[in-house]
Design a protein around this ligand. Sequence first.
Ligand code: TRP
Length: 454
Amino acid sequence: MADHPSGNRSEGEPREEWRTRWGFLFAAVGSAVGLGNMWRFSYLAAEKGGAGFVALYLLFTILLGLPVMLAELTIGRGARRGPISALAHYGGQGWRWLGAIFVAAGFLILSYYGVIGGWTLRYAVEAATIGFAPDAGAHFGDVASGFDSLGTQILFMIITIAVVSGGIGAGIERLARIAMPGLFLIMIGIALYAATLEGASDGYAYYLNFDLEKALAIDVVVAAAGQAFFSLSLGMGAILTFASYLPRDSDVARETAVISFADFGVAFVAGLMVFPLIFALGMQGEISGGTIGALFVALPKAFESMGGAGRIVGGAFFVALVVGALTSAISLLEVIVSAAMDAFGWERRRAALVGGVAVTLAGVWPAFRIDILDLADSVATNLFLVGGGLGIAIFVGWVMDDPIAEASVGSARSGVHTVWRILLRYVVPITLIFILWNSLPETWAKIVGVFGSG
Ligand code: TRP
């Protein structure tokens, strides 16, 4: 194998694999389920008017998410390489750039994701030790940006690097198998508890009463599509990379369905805990602005006003958030790590350390400036993920040789595959070009807002 010139990784070493099917599924669902489902989903649902946004998000999960997920799983499992070499494997060297954009997107997302992950870590620890601050807004202002934020970001990244260094089976899979069932139980428990609160029904009404007019605003459409990609971890090769450790006979069509519906289910349940809690405790004013801090201000306020029960429920809530954030951050770092292992022949530990430290350094900026964090999130989602999804759809729909044959290894070739190809060739690209085009003004406005018009 001449493509490992530095020879750090011994030649012919077998590729790592998931130990069990369930281990893979928990890890992939762990990647998908994260801050996107809880923090990002709830603040967008609040900002974009509730149920209309939720309905569009479900529509895009099915129409765009399912086909792109199957495309990523197919490429990854077939190529058994990280994103850059996987695209070269099926499309020729000229396609490496798309893989490089994926790795850059992962780098960008993880740089600010680690900052938010750090916030969740702090809130979980505070709930267990000193309780929620009486003035949640001021507290968030104190800890969200600056050295506090940097400190918790570094801590969060150290844990992420440690797990990824452990490898696929012993690190990532082992954590996901314990952590994900715990997260599900906590979320269902809190959603049931929230249902018992007086005034919860206003929260459900806000969350679930569909208003067609609101849903058809272009900014709602754009946000829902971006959210579908972000939440499913699509558009930058994360699912592709996890699939590269799958055995060849796994059923990628079935796994696509399991991962996507688990992810939507968790986002939906997150809404069932967040909105009733917030409305029952009269905190709706705090989220109506739909700012990045909504979850970190409105919910702690609600928990604080609940007294002792609030410490327990709130503590459990933030523990679930830490788990979700961590298993997602791991998948983002794994993209960078697998690409570095392929490209430089580095061994895993070295790639995790070098890649992780570089991302942490890039995160200093968003750790100090929340407007930079917000901007990075918009650019990453609306440009990189939506653009990356477009790239994958075109690649598998038009460039790759006989994708249906590859996708149906391990499962029966069926009508589903024909529909899949049509979606990838026409429906997904046209929809994504429309979304991309319409998101440009908003992203541009944010850039101007942060850097000034000069
Ligand atoms: N999906 C995760 C979330 O909802 C975030 C995430 C992990 C992600 N890996 C990704 C987003 C890859 C985009 C691409 O929080």
